[in-house]
Design a binder for this molecule. Structure first.
Ligand code: GAL
Length: 685
């Protein structure tokens, strides 16, 4: 997959989300001037404002945003203009109810919130195309506009679409994928429970069925279909906008949600990917003990995913205040956290950080989603922090465009991502292992990338990583197996976990020893397997005198080749005690590890130690587990960013001379980071 490597922004810039339609016009100018004073150079506008440009079908009015854009041009504010298709107007949904999304039992989702449409309604596509055409033609050449946002957060709110248009489009999708009902019946294993289809008219998107026994192969194809539908709807708009935008202006969309191949969405439709980062959700959804999932630091995992789509990305919505719609409560960011979260985004590759939102709405569903300013519009500590962030960003500008450096890669592909949404076995394994892998990598300061495998992924892309982990790649294809084998032969190190190679592209289990297509590479096979039930004791494995928990699931392994060496064995009150749990096999210049469990913090850190991978930047600095590091590189220059997520001060020890970019001074040795403090250093080479 071709991924754009260059940044869209020449320097790191700050922005905010502004809703001119929510405020009296007399506030517009003071608002924009105040933003500029605080270092905000760009506003995103208009993404829900369909009625303001098409108050009735076919009647277009441009005055409202013309007036706003005139002002933006006068004061020197840049604008990202949103297409309004996330919120079809009442006149539209009333006249054409077929544009509405439906529940699985067919009941339509009515007007009254947002994202109530479906991607496949021909009528909605036609009306969306018309409004986008009008907006592009009218506003496309406005000098203040620098970019366009398509829709708002595709697949947020729901990733399931059950309207009649979806069924029609699903049939077309399947006809193209399989060509015949015979093939469809084969791929869906339709002979099971007598589900075979004899006419395309019998095929639907999943419908309300008894229990939760809907055909899993149908679900897998349905998610692939939702992904295609999302991309097609986005492309409909980007193709139109391309006719009108000025050279250099970008097209993006915001957020990162499931059931869509975000990489292909970006490649096919966008110039740059932008994410919406709300780390404070950790304090609403996080574990009550506040220590298991790294809370807000876990957003680095999302940013790692975003970086895989687009190494130099933007944050279209960066949390500024306490979050909460009506019905959700969350603590306010503590002093320093707003800056910390912005720096977290920047550390991972964001060159644009735009805060949600300028001022908290005084009406509507989001009266508790707090902006930079509160309802009273008075100066406050968030605005002070914004000012400090601006000064900071100016001080560290030289890091703009530098690349994040990670020696460790987490392998993924969309067939497996989608299958893990459908298959509870798969999903549970992936969720446990990816969390633990991330946490272990964070705590040992081992920067990690997510690396997506496509049919076209090149060996060079994989060779950038010393170690790649494919936790539970259940669906394996021949070309991916070949690529992974070449990576290992040419010196790479691959680690695979339980159930890898268990399934084929349709999600059928293979009739072969697991790890299936990878078995000749790993020279291992699975004799039997079991979940570790909630009533069972954890099962450890013994490795070099260490006893390490093997997680939720155990495969009893067999070494099946001369080069395969058993490294660790299960050891517990279980019938497979003494049997292999971890096998290392040397292949060509590299090696592959087959681990029979789900990854736990202990197993990951033992593997990283064994491979000499923990603290790969340990020669630069000694960092406590409470802090995250990011290393960025641009040509000869290398930077170290350190982020303290805790309230308690943390001491770090710089082992090499560095320049503190904020204070423009040389530092070495002990440095103390205060609550939520971050540091940016240029390493003096
Ligand atoms: C995002 C969305 C915004 C706003 C914000 C706060 O998901 O794009 O429109 O809703 O969250 O809830």
């Amino acid at each position: 997959m071709e991924i754009k490597q260059k940044s869209t922004w020449e320097k790191v810039e700050l922005g905010t989300c502004y809703y001119p339609e929510h405020w009296d016009k007399s506030l517009w100018e003071p608002d924009l001037l105040r933003m500029l004073e605080h270092g905000i150079t760009t506003v995103r506008i208009a993404e829900f404002a369909w009625n303001l440009t098409e108050p009735e079908e076919g009647v277009y009015t441009f005055d409202f945003f013309d007036e706003f854009l005139d002002l933006a041009e006068r004061v020197g504010m840049k604008v990202i203009f949103g297409t309004p298709t996330a919120t079809p107007p009442a006149w539209l949904t009333e006249k054409y109810p077929e544009v509405l999304n439906a529940r699985r039992d067919g009941v339509l989702y009515r007007h009254g919130t947002r994202r109530h449409y479906n991607y496949n309604s021909k009528k909605y596509q036609e009306l969306s195309a018309k409004i986008v055409e009008q907006l592009g033609a009218h506003y496309g050449k406005r000098p203040c506009i620098v970019g366009w946002q398509i829709d708002n957060e595709f697949n947020c709110e729901t990733q399931q679409f059950y309207s009649e248009s979806d069924t029609i489009a699903f049939r077309e999708f399947l006809q193209e994928r399989y060509g015949s009902l015979e093939e469809l019946n084969r791929a869906w294993g339709a002979v099971f429970w007598n589900q075979s289809y004899t006419d395309w008219a019998q095929v639907y998107v999943p419908r309300t069925t008894y229990g939760d026994g809907t055909n899993p192969h149908q679900w897998l194809d349905y998610i692939r279909f939702v992904s295609e539908s999302t991309i097609r709807f986005c492309k409909l708009q980007s193709d139109i906008l391309r006719k009108y935008i000025k050279p250099g202006d970008f097209i993006t969309t915001n957020g990162m949600f499931g059931s869509v191949d975000n990489h292909r969405l970006t490649r096919d439709c966008l110039d740059v990917y932008t994410y919406d980062s709300y780390p404070n959700f950790a304090y609403v959804w996080g574990d009550p003990k506040h220590n298991n999932t790294l809370l807000d630091r876990k957003w680095s995992r999302h940013l790692m995913e975003v970086r895989s789509v687009c190494p130099h990305f933007g944050i279209m919505e960066q949390q500024a205040g306490a979050g909460g719609s009506v019905g959700m409560d969350a603590p306010a960011p503590k002093p320093g956290q707003m800056m910390l979260w912005a720096m977290q985004s920047i550390a991972h590759g964001a060159d644009y950080v735009s805060f949600f939102r300028w001022r908290t709405a005084t009406f509507g569903t989001e009266i508790y989603w707090h902006g930079l300013l509160d309802y009273d519009n008075l100066p406050n500590r968030k605005m002070d922090e914004l000012k400090k962030l601006h000064a900071r960003v100016e001080a560290i500008q030289e890091i703009a465009g530098s690349d994040y450096v990670a020696p460790l890669g987490l392998l993924k592909d969309y067939d497996n991502v989608f299958d893990s949404q459908v298959d509870a076995w798969h999903g549970k394994l992936v969720s446990a292992s990816e969390t633990e892998l991330f946490v272990a990598a964070q705590l040992s300061h081992t920067p990690m990338d997510t690396v997506y495998l496509y049919e076209g992924t090149s060996l060079e892309e994989l060779k950038k990583y010393r170690v790649l982990v494919l936790p539970h790649g259940e669906i394996m294809t021949e070309s991916k197996a070949r690529l992974l084998e070449n990576y290992v032969r040419q010196g790479g190190c691959l680690i695979v976990g339980a159930r890898t190679g268990q399934k084929d592209i349709d999600g059928h289990c293979v009739m072969a020893p697991v790890p299936g297509l990878l078995a000749s590479l790993t020279q291992s096979s699975v004799k039997e397997f079991t979940w570790i039930g909630p009533g069972d004791d954890p099962v450890p494995m013994e490795w070099n005198g260490r006893s390490l928990e093997t997680g939720l699931f155990n495969e009893v392994l067999t070494a099946a080749g001369e080069d395969a060496k058993v490294l660790a064995r299960y050891n517990g009150d279980i019938w497979y005690t003494g049997e292999p749990a971890l096998i290392e096999t040397k292949v060509g210049d590299g090696k592959v590890f087959h681990f029979g469990g789900t990854f736990t913090r202990g197993t990951v850190s033992a593997l990283l130690d064994y491979l000499g991978m923990a603290e790969p930047f340990g020669e630069l600095a000694q960092i406590p587990a409470e802090c995250e590091i990011a290393v960025r590189r641009k040509g000869e220059k290398e930077y170290l960013i350190v982020l303290n997520y805790g309230k308690k001060p943390q001491e770090i020890f710089l082992k090499q001379p560095m320049v503190d970019l904020d204070n423009r001074c040389d530092v070495e040795g002990t440095v103390v980071l205060g609550s939520y403090e971050t540091k940016v250093y240029r390493i003096k080479g």
